[in-house]
Ligand binder design. Structure first.
Ligand code: FAD
Length: 518
């Protein structure tokens, strides 16, 4: 062996800081914020990795504050959102997607339990804004503007607020006490928003609103049910799905017979079918296309099947059979699939003379589509903004929330000339292949969150795609000790960084990139 041989080691007894090795660099690492697929997919554009990271750090209140920046109804969304964020989660390609919706529900519950309230982000402006319709679009717009200091008044036709959340979605899916609590806690009470219920805005009221308010948001949803346009539709016992659900949700009598046909394939049809089933009726759901084409959420279709709703596909109602004005059955025509339409759904034909089928029923509930009623809006004025289902029929709560927020930004710009900008584009989205997976272990997903520890554990599974989560790997690997720890971030000291690129290579979340030195 080498005996007592010791290699020479250069040790400086003085500071080496004067030795600025960064001048050798041909490329430099920079921290970047890219967009995660979950945020891209979220119609409310919630900064999901940011609040998940705070949950992981046991900072639940801060996490909730990030969440409600964009979505004032996290508990509601935690119950009814179809969670496109989870479908696009990069972790889904590794083991299983994060349980984002369960964590969102958890934070929403924590907020109510601990009486957390959102804070104002602007001082009073004096400008008055009218919001017509108190669905998620109207509430979201009102919330965003009120916290910026605007004086907001909501006009609502019904005696209750919440739109479809209150009168469409059944109580067994979205308990009304939770809905009311969240609306009051997060939107109405912190910002003194005035609410005028039982005020259906017509042309006359609209004219008054135009004079009194500097800007108007119209979020009246789509409440006019489309007609079947078949003989017998005037019969006693034909009702629209929305009327049926509204009655149940308002605690009014919604009497139905023993056998009920529900026509349609969307959420309103499934909710009406399940609600009728819960009233003890035998329920036949009739849909003109095939199961895979149903626009209703998959989980809801499965629940309806479990509860005993009977599905009939490729059938189109052709006549409602009446006896002395009362329904005794429905006649349907059989269709045939011939290819796909431009939306990828089955194209169905109902040839002359195709077989007909009669089903004995006491009621027919129609839920084939809804249209907005904007007849009171007399002209397009600069200060008027339309959002939610009334605008694009996107048909989800989170889309309505996103659309209300978007309109609030436009109203703010209209009134002040100041833009509220956000860069959330798919072109800047992190792909699964870009992540460094060496730092992640397989872990199974928890679909239910049982308390803080379980929330922290599940949030800890987040890849934090494109968002530095201060994991410290760059800091540990930097051979030049050129990465400095700041309070809530890392910074690169370019006087000492030689541009070796190890930090960018190792970064698990793709939050560091190398750019050419100028
Ligand atoms: P709405 O929620 O429809 O609210 C509009 C409000 O405007 C209503 O309160 C209405 O009374 C009021 N209004 C209308 N006209 C006037 C007027 N002239 N003057 C004053 N007020 C007026 N989405 C999901 O994400 N998850 C679900 O599980 C889900 N389930 C659904 C179940 C059913 C039965 C239905 C019908 C829809 C469901 N949706 C679901 C879709 C979702 O509820 C809607 O996309 C969303 O509520 C649209 O929000 P909005 O604010 O645009 O309109």
């Amino acid at each position: 062996m080498m005996g007592n041989y010791r290699p020479f080691t250069a040790i400086s007894y003085q500071t080496t800081l004067g030795n600025e090795t960064g001048s050798w660099r041909t490329q430099r690492p920079v921290y970047q914020e890219r967009i995660s697929p979950c945020r891209c997919a979220c119609p409310a554009k919630t900064d999901i990795p940011k609040w998940l990271n705070l949950v992981k750090e046991n900072e639940f209140k801060k996490a909730w504050e990030v969440l409600i920046e964009t979505n004032p109804l996290p508990l509601v969304c935690g119950k009814v959102c179809p969670h496109p964020c989870e479908a696009s989660c990069n972790r889904g390609q590794f083991d299983e997607a994060l349980s984002i919706i369960a964590l969102e529900r958890f934070l929403g519950e924590e907020a109510l339990k601990n009486n957390w309230h959102p804070q104002k982000i602007g001082s009073p402006t004096g400008a008055k804004i009218a919001v017509i319709g108190s669905g998620p679009a109207g509430l979201s717009c009102a919330y965003q503007l009120a916290r910026r200091g605007y004086r907001v008044t909501i006009f609502e036709a019904l005696p209750v607020i919440g739109g479809m959340l209150r009168v469409g979605i059944p109580n067994y899916r979205l308990p009304k006490d939770i809905l009311e609590q969240e609306i009051t806690n997060n939107i109405l009470s912190p910002f003194e928003i005035e609410v005028k219920t039982n005020t259906p805005v017509n042309k006359e009221i609209f004219q008054k609103i135009k004079k009194e308010f500097q800007s108007i948001f119209v979020g009246v949803g789509a409440h006019q049910s489309e007609r079947l346009d078949i003989p017998g539709e005037e019969g006693k016992g034909v009702l629209s799905g929305l009327d049926f659900l509204r009655k149940i949700n308002l605690g009014q009598k919604a009497e139905i017979g023993k056998k009920v046909a529900v026509i349609g394939g969307g959420n309103a049809a499934i909710d009406a079918a399940r609600s009728a089933r819960r009233q003890g009726a035998e329920v036949f759901l009739i849909y003109r296309r095939i199961k895979e084409d149903m626009p209703a959420f998959k989980e809801e279709i499965e629940e309806a099947e479990k509860e005993g709703v009977r599905f009939y596909f490729l059938l189109r109602p052709s006549k409602i059979l009446l006896e002395n004005g009362n329904i005794k059955g429905i006649e349907c025509q059989k269709g045939e699939v011939k290819g796909k339409d431009d939306k990828g759904r089955s194209q169905v034909f109902f040839p002359e003379g195709s077989p007909r089928l009669e089903i004995e029923v006491d009621n027919v509930i129609t839920a084939i589509g809804e249209e907005p009623d904007l007849s009171f809006v007399d002209e397009e004025i600069g200060s008027l903004f339309i959002g939610g289902d009334a605008r694009d029929l996107a048909g989800t709560v989170s889309a309505a929330i996103g659309s209300g927020r978007e309109a609030s930004k436009q109203i703010h710009f209209y009134l002040t000339g100041q833009r509220i900008t956000e860069e959330i584009s798919e072109s800047n989205m992190i792909q699964f292949e870009e992540l460094n997976l060496d730092y992640f272990e397989y872990q199974s997903r928890q679909t239910q969150i049982f308390g803080s520890q379980s929330a922290i554990k599940e949030a800890g599974r987040c890849f934090s795609c494109g968002n530095c989560n201060i994991c410290g790997i760059c800091w540990s690997f930097c051979p030049d000790i050129a990465i400095r720890k700041k309070e809530d971030k890392y910074e690169i000291d370019y006087d000492y960084c030689k541009g070796c690129g190890i930090c960018a290579h190792e970064c698990p979340t793709k939050s560091i990139v190398l750019i050419k030195e100028q």
